[in-house]
Design a protein around this ligand. Sequence first.
Ligand code: HSE
Length: 303
Amino acid sequence: MKIKVIVPATTANLGPGFNVFGAALSLYNEFEVEYVPDVKKTHFTLNGFGKKSLPKGDKNLFWQSMQKIFKVLGEDKYNLKNLNIIINAGIPLSGGLGSSASAIVGGIFLANALCGNKLNKTQVVDLAVKIEGHPDNVIPAIYGGICIYSKDGNSGTVVQLPVPKLKIVLCVPAFELRTKQSRRILPKCVDFQNLIFNMSRVAFLTASFCCSDFSLLKMGTQDKVHQPYRCKMIPAMDEVLEAALYAGAYGACLSGSGPTLAAFCNAKDAVNVQKSMIKRWKKDNIYADAYVLNFDAKGTVII
Ligand code: HSE
């Protein structure tokens, strides 16, 4: 039995929607597992991002996620000795593009498929949110498109906004910023005026996608809850966001907890936005890669 799962990259928060908004992107990690009952040797193959740096075996996040699902389902016949695992990673690591979420989601989907899909979608979503600790990457990775998620008691609700024909430029600087580090810098309390600011921006962000009025994205991607703190750890962050807007982007923000920056624009402006962001970071001697992506509308796919 051979099963393959394709999971998209994601950008979380979209500026003001901290831990609530996320979008799936057209950049993918592929996870392939083959069940080989008689084999006595572990096969764990990594290709692409993390080929040399990611752990194989018990410390691998994808494998840990699979193991958690086997435990939930009471399946103990699967282990690394009889599974041939291949990971083709197209999503850069630790950059704010949801590579950890993709490993968690990939692991849950594959383990569930190996066990005969005993978990329904609600259970898959609940487990993904629980394992990741926050919903805004795993939800769009599972559903695709632009997602809003919140919990009411024990159950969570997912709302999908219309997927626009915009490009998203993701500019990934050549330094790492761990989510933990980027979370530690956030304050425990939010100032009341900043809360009002963010509520208005979230309303504009939602209206922009629902009404296809992308002129609202400039205000709709602004944030005063997390970005002002994180910009202290990301040199020239505000200037790179400004460069994207100046080059024609409708809106620009930190991607997840960073350090990747995201800009939303029309196809005709995408290359200019991409070049401008790279150029502005280069002025501060920071090398950056940039991807021009579409929104992914499918979410996680099993083949
Ligand atoms: N919403 C979370 C944060 C996770 O900003 O820290 C982003 O990946």
